[in-house]
Structure formats: C-alpha cells, structure tokens
Design a protein around this ligand. Structure first.
Ligand code: GUN
Length: 293
C-alpha cells in the first residue's frame, strides 16, 4: 500500500502558483484577487473559508472576505453577487455553501458571472466540463484528477466506482473519469443512497472514489485487492483529542481498507488540501483571463 500525499502535492502546486504570481507582479501585471462570501457561522464553513483566505496570502493573491449574518435575504445576497460581478478588481469569487434554507442556492450560483465562477458551479462551467471544453473545473474533482496525474496512476480502461451523486463532487468527478484521454478513459459506475448491493459493485472497482459524507462507510470487505481508493469524506465528528473539539473523518475505514489498496488517500491530508489548491489555480487562470477573456 502506498499513500497518496495530498498535503505534499498541494504544497508543491502552491509553490508553482506562487512562483507564477511573482512573475506576474514583476511584469507589472495585476495581482489576482479572490473574494469569498460567507453567510452565517457554520463551523465547517468558517474553517474552509479561513483556509481559502490563508492560501491566497501564501501564493501572493489579494483576497477579500465578505460576511453576512444567517438572516441575510436572497435579494441582499444577489445584490452582493452583482457587485462582485461588476467589480473589475475581483478576478473570481465564491459563495461558500451550504447557504441557509431560505436562500435558493441555485439562484445564487446562476447569478454569478461564469467568467468569475472559480468554484466551477455555474451551469455554463458544468456544461463545458461535460463537453470536454475549457472552463473552470470544480475544485474537489479537479483536485482528485490532479492527484491521479501527479502519481501517474493508470486510469485508462479501469472500472471507476463513484459513491455519491452530489453536484459538487459525485457527478462532476464521474464525468471527468469517463472523459476521453488521461486521466480518464474509465468505465464509470455511480452509486448512491438508493443503489442496491453497493458492496458487490465496490468489489468490482479498480478505482473507488468515496464521496458520500458517511464516516467509515467503506469497509475492508468492500474493496478489491490492489484497488486505488480516494476518500473525499470530511465529516467533522466530535473528539476530545483535538484542540478544536472535532476531527475530520473520511468515508473510508482506513485501517481496514489500506492494507488491501495499491494507493489510498488519508483523511486529513489527502483530497482536502487539493481542493483549495484547485481554487487557487482557477483564480490564477481567472486573473490571467486564460479561459475567458
Ligand atoms: N462547500 C463545500 N465545498 C465547497 C466548495 O468547494 N465551494 C463552495 N463555495 N462551497 C463549498
């Protein structure tokens, strides 16, 4: 079993981005600028957004954090999106999800100018990805394929089983894994809460991507010998061993599963750090107007 070290790869990519930002600044060009909109005080969202802002500083971007209380109206949030769409200094921005129940997430996502949608959630970017056209790829799926690429893990002709059908991970990662060429060319099966006999399907997986958000769902007897296992789960479970009072728990029962794998991502330190790096890369591309002019 070999560990896929997302933390190390993410650090490497951050260095690459930082180097490019130095060159951009030295040439007298505009510093890439990411804005993040955070609504309410959800612990997970607070941590994720703080990490995104810190990563911006690390690579040399400008960043702006815009906060709203839980009771912000959809109208107010749409007005904020409109301001960011029209602000020439903002290259890209994200609205951290989930949003409070009274706000329709799809209304917000669709209001974002797709040319600034560095999360890759806008229907235009999702559609372009499905067609294999250049666009902003959503961060977690992009991070996963980047890990497979950097470790030179074979995907061509493999059976990839994706657990989960969310719009931000399951569906797009399934799409990327079936895309023509490397890293892709997989035969993909997507499983979800209504799938019958998940264990039987998982046992057929050469590459298993777990993105259900159910801690330790994938057990040792669900994984084929030699499989590649990618754990996207990051559920915060209470812990008295950490300062924060929480620990991040993956969808894979690591201790049982790891001995059977050829490659496996740990939690934390696997897919998580790659997600933020993908957002940084999209922001760099947005700043350089490399995808959309
Ligand atoms: N919530 C969980 N993951 C993400 C993400 O990648 N982007 C945004 N905006 N919200 C999220």
């Amino acid at each position: 079993m070999r560990l896929i070290d997302g933390k190390a790869i993410a650090a490497e990519i951050k260095r690459e981005i930082a180097e490019e930002v130095t060159q951009i600044k030295a040439a007298g060009n505009k510093t890439p600028h990411l804005a993040a909109v955070l609504v309410g005080h959800d612990g997970g969202s607070e941590t994720y957004v703080a990490n995104k802002v810190r990563s911006c500083e690390e690579v040399g971007f400008h960043s702006t954090l815009i906060r709203y209380e839980e009771d912000v109206t959809e109208q107010e949030l749409l007005a904020c999106v409109e301001r960011l769409n029209n602000d020439p200094d903002i290259d890209g921005f994200i609205v951290q999800l989930p949003l409070p129940k009274h706000i329709r997430e799809e209304r917000i996502t669709e209001a974002i100018d797709y040319r600034k949608d560095v999360d890759g959630f806008h229907p235009i970017n999702v559609g372009r990805m499905s067609l294999g056209l250049p666009g902003f790829l959503s961060a977690t799926p992009a991070g996963i394929v980047e890990l497979l690429k950097r470790y030179d893990i074979e995907t061509r002709g493999k059976h990839c089983v994706v657990l989960g059908r969310s719009n931000i991970v399951g569906k797009p990662v399934a799409m990327l894994m079936m895309q023509k060429g490397y890293p892709g060319d997989c035969t993909v099966t997507v499983c979800h809460s209504r799938t019958k006999d998940i264990k039987k399907i998982c046992l057929q997986a050469d590459i298993l991507i777990a993105a259900l958000g159910v801690p330790h769902f994938v057990k040792g007897d669900m994984v084929k010998e030699g499989a590649v296992v990618i754990d996207v789960g990051t559920t915060r479970v209470p812990s008295d061993k950490t300062k924060s009072g929480f620990k991040l728990t993956g969808d894979v029962a690591f201790d049982e599963v790891a001995p059977k794998c050829s490659w496996i991502t740990p939690v934390p330190g696997g897919v998580g750090p790659m997600t933020i790096v993908s957002l940084m890369r999209n922001t760099l591309l947005a700043g350089k107007k490399e995808i959309y002019s």
